[in-house]
Write a protein that binds this ligand. Structure first.
Ligand code: C5P
Length: 255
């Protein structure tokens, strides 16, 4: 990979962090990025913001060019640590709204629109170009950044992910909203992994980290350790092409 010959890039990696909804990508990725001094980008926010705008304007998925046109109206906002984990629409922070249940239900149908994915592809690549970036999403290791220095795929059972999201929203775990969250996650998993363009799947060279039953800190440690490990290998041998490294063994969050 060309960028791995740049001495700066050998220390500051491009990290692709993929996984299904509520697998912890955003929170784990943001915490890990802070610890290693990297930037962070939650690409799901871009798909959510476009979906939110389309719903607000009654633009349906049968008008892909109109949906694609919404891309220019959304932007990501860095927090104080430089993490792109807030979304701006016309200069206003709408992060909480785009994480709402209506968007949860609709977003995967919009995210399957090839014109939309293409419009967001370049945006995401530009954000990662300088290195020192943890980019979270569904297709980062497979499509957006296939040359990433490190690819991580987080997995957790759908029940565990629904439980986390229910807890995050302060809802009754036995209530109807909890059941709706589980249904919506199952549906998103299905749509995200079966769409023809850029489906959700682990890259062949991704490290698989299972987060089921793990403490948040353990998963952050696993991601930080993986980053440090590749950084050290590149520092020891800056000419090494990480793409040619043997596929790493799958590991749990502790290792
Ligand atoms: O990560 P998050 O759950 O916020 O993503 C919302 C939705 O956006 C996903 O279910 C998926 O349909 C879409 N998405 C995507 N590609 C990405 C990031 C998100 O298709 N890189």
């Amino acid at each position: 990979m060309e960028a791995s010959r740049d001495p700066d890039r050998a220390r500051k990696l491009v990290v692709a962090l993929d996984g299904p909804g509520s697998s912890g990508k955003s929170s784990v990725g943001a915490a890990a990025a802070l610890r290693v001094g990297y930037r962070f980008c939650d690409t799901g926010l871009l798909y959510r913001a476009v979906t939110w705008l389309a719903l607000a304007r009654n633009i349906s998925t049968s008008h892909p060019h109109a949906v694609r046109g919404l891309v220019d109206e959304v932007d990501l906002l860095p927090d104080q640590a430089g993490r792109l984990s807030r979304v701006l629409v016309h200069g206003q922070d709408h992060t909480d709204e785009v994480r709402g249940p209506e968007v949860d239900v609709a977003v995967s149908v919009f995210a399957a629109i090839p014109e939309l994915r293409l419009a967001l592809l370049e945006r995401q690549r530009v954000l990662a170009a300088a290195g020192g970036m943890v980019m979270a999403g569904r297709d980062i290791g497979t499509v957006v950044l296939p040359d990433a220095d490190l690819k991580i795929f987080l997995v957790a059972s759908v029940e565990e992910r629904a439980r986390r999201r229910t807890e995050e929203r302060g809802l009754d775990p036995q209530g109807p909203e909890a059941a709706a969250i589980l249904d919506a996650l199952r549906r998103r998993d299905e749509l995200d992994s079966t769409r023809p363009v850029a489906p959700l799947r682990a890259a062949a060279d991704a490290r698989i980290i299972s987060t089921d039953g793990n403490r948040f800190e353990d998963t952050v440690d696993a991601v930080v350790n993986a980053i440090r490990d590749v950084e050290a290998r590149l520092a020891a041998d800056p000419d090494r092409d990480p793409d040619r490294e043997p596929k790493p063994e799958p590991s749990g969050a502790g290792g």
